[in-house]
Ligand binder design. Structure first.
Ligand code: NAG
Ligand code: ZN
Length: 389
């Protein structure tokens, strides 16, 4: 018995995190564009988040309700849970402020609670207390919207994949997706270890010892996170995202590869070479692409251990693998009253959404499960039905 367990865990060790497969060009082109739903005044997904939503206030409750409605109406297959905690803050005069994290999970059907490894898509939804009226469009209303849109874009493909029996094999790795919309990221007064990351700290602490049944593949919900993909400060034009962590550089490279392909195929709206931009300018000479992820070729020895403090910290300290999509330098509007809907670069917001959607589709190995209308695609579908990669 002992021997069998050891063997089984060896098998799972070998397969964990190993499977990742590119989607086809047709699939890349097929992802829906979020334009209307991201309208900053009327957009069904983004507009309700573009308001003040300081933890413990009415605005926070309204945005939380918006998320819950979205999952209920658009993503009924997702299991939604709230993680509540409370803490005093430097400005609460000893009163406890409530923090509510949203956890939405989609796992393959009939899998044990501890047997699914997950891609976590993470952003914070609270806004900063000061300056008064601060909206935080890039920080992080837009990232929340990107994540909701991504989840819906891959939802049907997940259903199809699992209905086809994919991922049901006992020895195959079981993969799910988890969305964490975290509360209380911002400091109320000034950033310290205790005045910041209220929701993330409480969640990581409570998950650290929330043991799954003893025979599980993953010991705790923290252990179940294969990759913690954190989006922050996204939505300003021309971001550059360094590769912060050596151990997830491979995932960064996959994201960068998708960016290259999207630009190559004219699917990146913010590109100076996008057809819509070219049509508007005299000089038709191709311009240099301003890559969001310019460090794909970063040398292994070039990782100096620098990183930016954000919601991943309490998770990283407990061994979770992190891919941090945050620009360096920060966008100009950072923590300024001008970080509002009007200052978002909507092309960039859409591009991020497509990029994250494609990454999630590749992570979940969803090629062949999207509705793609082209003859070439039908060959693909047939092939994958016969299990030929
Ligand atoms: C957590 O807080 C929310 C919002 O205040 C509340 O609706 C919910 O019932 C709470 N959940 C638990 C388990 O206490
Ligand atoms: Zn902030």
């Amino acid at each position: 018995m002992v021997f069998i367990r050891a063997l089984l865990s060896l098998v799972s060790l070998l397969t964990l995190g190993a499977a990742y497969s590119a989607v086809s060009d047709d699939t890349l082109k097929s992802f829906p564009s979020p334009s209307d739903e991201f309208n900053i005044k009327t957009g069904k997904i983004l507009a309700p988040i573009l308001r003040t939503r300081v933890s413990g206030t009415e605005g926070s409750t309204a945005v939380l309700q918006h998320f819950l409605d979205f999952f209920k109406n658009e993503l009924p297959e997702w299991k939604v849970e709230l993680h509540n905690s409370s803490s005093t803050t430097p400005v609460s005069n000893g009163k406890e402020v409530p923090f509510v994290n949203v956890i939405a999970t989609r796992d393959p059907p009939s899998t044990g609670v501890g047997d699914v490894g997950r891609l976590a898509l993470v952003a914070h939804y609270d806004s900063k207390l000061t300056p008064e009226g601060f909206i935080g469009a890039i920080d992080s209303a837009a990232p929340c919207a990107m994540i909701l849109h991504t989840a819906r874009s891959i939802d049907k493909a997940l259903t199809k994949k699992w209905a086809a029996g994919d991922g049901a094999d006992d020895l195959e790795e079981k993969k799910g997706v988890q969305i964490l919309l975290l509360d209380g990221e911002e400091a109320f007064q000034s950033w310290t270890a205790t005045d910041s990351l209220y929701g993330a700290r409480a969640l990581a602490e409570s998950w650290e010892f929330a043991y799954h049944p003893a025979t599980s593949t993953y010991s705790t919900p923290l252990d179940s996170i294969d990759l913690f993909l954190l989006l922050d400060l996204l939505g300003s034009a021309r971001p550059t995202i360094p590769s912060y962590f050596k151990t997830t550089h491979w995932a960064y490279k996959n994201m960068a590869k998708i960016e290259h392909r999207l630009r190559e195929h004219g699917l990146f709206k913010s590109s100076p070479n996008h057809a819509a931009k070219m049509a508007k300018r005299e000089n038709k000479k191709k311009r240099k692409e301003p890559y969001f992820l310019p460090e794909a070729e970063k040398d292994h020895n070039a990782f100096r251990g620098g990183y930016i403090e954000d919601d991943h910290i309490p998770f990283m300290l407990r061994g979770v693998e992190i891919l941090h999509m945050i620009p360096s330098p920060f966008p100009h509007v950072w923590h300024d009253i001008t970080d509002d809907g009007e200052h978002l670069d909507m092309d960039t917001v859409e591009d991020w959404t497509r990029l994250v959607t494609a990454f999630a589709a590749e992570w979940m190995e969803l090629e062949g499960f999207f509705d793609v209308k082209s003859e070439k695609r039908e060959e693909y579908t047939e092939k994958s039905e016969f299990g030929i990669p």
